[in-house]
Design a protein around this ligand. Structure first.
Ligand code: GTP
Ligand code: SPV
Ligand code: MN
Length: 590
């Protein structure tokens, strides 16, 4: 219960609509968590995994039709369609409320309605924001407990009078025809029905901390971004922080938990966040970042001692696994795990690796775990002001075209690089995997307003922040003719980050190209790495002609934004395309 009238009236109103059997106000305590887990073990929502090797770890199996975000059922319901922009699906608020309320009608009959007050960001931070999610899913409550600062402390801030985002969720009947993920940015309201999966159901995450928050951030002068935050400590003991926006399942969690290679003794990595960053301008004119989350909802497949030992060690206790396979002795199993043999697949069907044609774990299977269990967890994740950001990285999965790394020539050029990003689609959202699509700033599924306005707002940070971060673009996923990745990735990515940090301090050798500065030969340290000059050449190659075509495609893409497209961004694009074209002409004359 609460002393906040607006909150108690909203809960009453929702209860009248959804008609639950009980209403439970979550306090966020351990006892409550344990009771929820016990209930879910009893009714088959969770299975207990091996108690010795994976203590307090549980498996949840989603409905097979409900294993990823559903972008075609996700809407921004702003008053004005143009405010949502061509980057979002849009519905009028009136129609949206009508449609979704019909699905909520009686949806919680016989179930418990949980009220989850939560805080996104360090509980003491003035940059944190409050929310309340109402749900009928105990799985959602358990996940929100791990992913956010949930319960009493959050409610205290709400009762002290702070505004909060309202999120209404019901699992519904899980039929994709009855599934809708709706955002009402002007009302700071989310309504989600018909899915129990991650980003559709844990409303604090993508719905609040990105879609609603991006809109709110523009009103208030800050940025809500799909970025990891990580501290890189050099052997002299100096830690610099970077933020990186890669699309879903393109390496944020891995980079955030990186383990330095052997050739980098004395280097340390400190994880502040692995998925979302809220950035604000500090008094010193730099950008500072907080991680609004308290846990990780990470991709399981591919996680092992070699690729991401920190994550691998983190998820051996107190972890909820969603849609992984299991071994004979009830250990979780996934593709890329080096030990054990799956006997049951993610849907609970018998599995034999010798004859199987499909993976045992779902490609988008996930772990939910508290950030504090991460061996590289940074205490700064609790700092109310956050951490100062030296560099921003954009990146994606590009089998060709994009070099390992290049640096923007200015803030405006950096915004163009972010706005022109594209990446191969992954299993994190429903639909065909592998197609290259435009994903500006890795925010295509998450920007709560018109991209044209968003880019304009990004450009404005050139004057809002006196010392903005340097901007880079990286690509760990460039492939050779044999279809294999050219770059070893994972821990070795530190070599690339080191060059970027050198650039931030005014050294680090670079060659200027029309698309930006690329590392000069020998500028990325390769000691202890078995990679030849020819491969490095391929990794860093800039094909002017191919890039010219890319910028032509970007022009077409930008054109969709009509008069909302900032002129400055188009000018910047013309400048780069012009330089590439000149280079192309020269090449053809020679
Ligand atoms: P979301 O949680 O969906 O936002 O994803 P994310 O960006 O955090 O991606 P994550 O770090 O979980 O990585 C997704 C997949 O990419 C995993 O299967 C990783 O093993 C793989 N991956 C991550 N970093 C690298 C890399 O440097 N090289 C290669 N080849 N694969 C990588
Ligand atoms: C992503 O898809 O970017 C994720 C998982 O981080 S979800 O919470 O489903 O959005
Ligand atoms: Mn993500």
């Amino acid at each position: 219960m609460t002393t906040n009238r607006a909150l108690s009236e909203w809960v009453d109103e929702v209860a009248r609509l959804t008609r639950p059997e009980n209403v439970h106000w979550c306090d966020g305590g351990e006892e409550e968590f344990q009771r929820l887990i016990d209930g879910m073990l009893a009714d088959g929502t969770l299975y207990e995994l091996n108690r010795e090797s994976y203590p307090r770890c549980y498996l949840h199996r989603s409905d097979p039709s409900d294993v990823a975000r559903v972008e075609h059922l996700t809407f921004i319901c702003s008053e004005n369609e143009a405010d949502a922009g061509p980057n979002n699906h849009w519905m009028t608020p009136n129609e949206a409320h009508k449609k979704v309320d019909a699905l909520f009608e009686g949806a919680m009959k016989g179930r418990t309605l949980y009220v989850i007050p939560y805080c996104m960001g360090p509980i003491q931070s003035s940059h944190a924001r409050l929310g309340v999610e109402i749900t009928d899913s105990p799985y959602v409550v358990a996940n929100m407990k791990i992913m956010t600062r949930m319960g009493r402390q959050a409610l205290d801030r709400i009762e002290a009078g702070e505004p909060f985002v309202r999120g209404l969720h019901s699992t519904g009947d899980l039929s994709p025809d009855h599934r809708l993920i709706l955002h009402f940015p002007e009302e700071r309201l989310i309504k989600s029905v018909g899915s129990g999966y991650g980003g559709n159901a844990l409303l604090g995450k993508k719905c609040h901390a990105l879609r609603i928050a991006s809109w709110q951030a523009r009103d208030e002068g800050w940025l809500a971004e799909h970025m990891l935050i990580v501290g890189i400590q050099n052997p002299e003991g100096k830690t610099r922080y970077i933020a990186a926006a890669f699309p879903s399942a393109c390496g944020k969690t891995n980079l955030a938990m990186l383990i330095p290679p052997k050739a980098y003794p004395g280097w340390k990595i400190w994880t502040v966040g692995d998925d979302i960053a809220w950035l604000h301008v500090g008094d010193d004119g730099r950008l500072w970042a907080i991680n609004p989350e308290a846990g990780y909802f990470g991709v399981v497949p591919g996680t092992n001692e070699k690729t991401n030992k920190n994550a691998y060690d983190t998820i051996t206790k107190n972890t909820i696994f969603t849609n992984v396979a299991v071994t004979e002795d009830m250990e979780p199993w996934w593709e890329g795990k080096k030990t054990g043999k799956p006997v049951t697949d993610w849907q609970g069907r018998p599995y034999d690796p010798a004859t199987a044609s499909e993976p045992a774990a779902h490609p988008n299977s996930r772990f939910t775990v508290s950030a504090q269990q991460n061996p590289s967890y940074s205490e700064e994740a609790e700092a109310p002001e956050g951490v100062p950001i030296s560099a921003i990285f954009f990146g994606g999965r590009r089998a060709s075209l994009a070099p390992l790394i290049f640096e923007a020539k200015s803030w405006e050029h950096g915004v163009l690089i972010g706005a022109g990003m594209a990446s191969e689609k992954t299993a994190a959202a429903a639909g065909k995997v592998g197609e290259v699509r435009r994903d500006p700033m890795a925010m295509k599924p998450f920007c709560g307003y018109n991209y044209g306005d968003y880019w304009r707002y990004w450009l404005s940070f050139a004057r809002r922040a006196e010392h903005p971060p340097h901007i880079f673009h990286v690509n760990w996923f460039r492939k050779g003719a044999d279809g294999k990745f050219l770059w070893p990735g994972f821990g070795e990515n530190l070599r690339v980050l080191e060059w970027a940090l050198e650039r931030c301090e005014g050294h680090g050798d670079a060659d200027e190209t029309p698309i930006g500065f690329v590392p000069a030969r020998g500028a990325i340290h390769l000691e202890g790495l078995d990679i030849d000059n020819q491969t490095m050449g391929k990794l860093l190659a800039v094909d002017d002609e191919a890039w010219y075509s890319e910028y032509e495609e970007i022009a077409e893409y930008f054109a969709d934004y009509g008069e909302r497209l900032p002129e400055k961004l188009e000018h910047e694009r013309e400048r780069v395309a012009g330089a590439l074209n000149v280079a192309g002409d020269k090449a053809s004359q020679a």
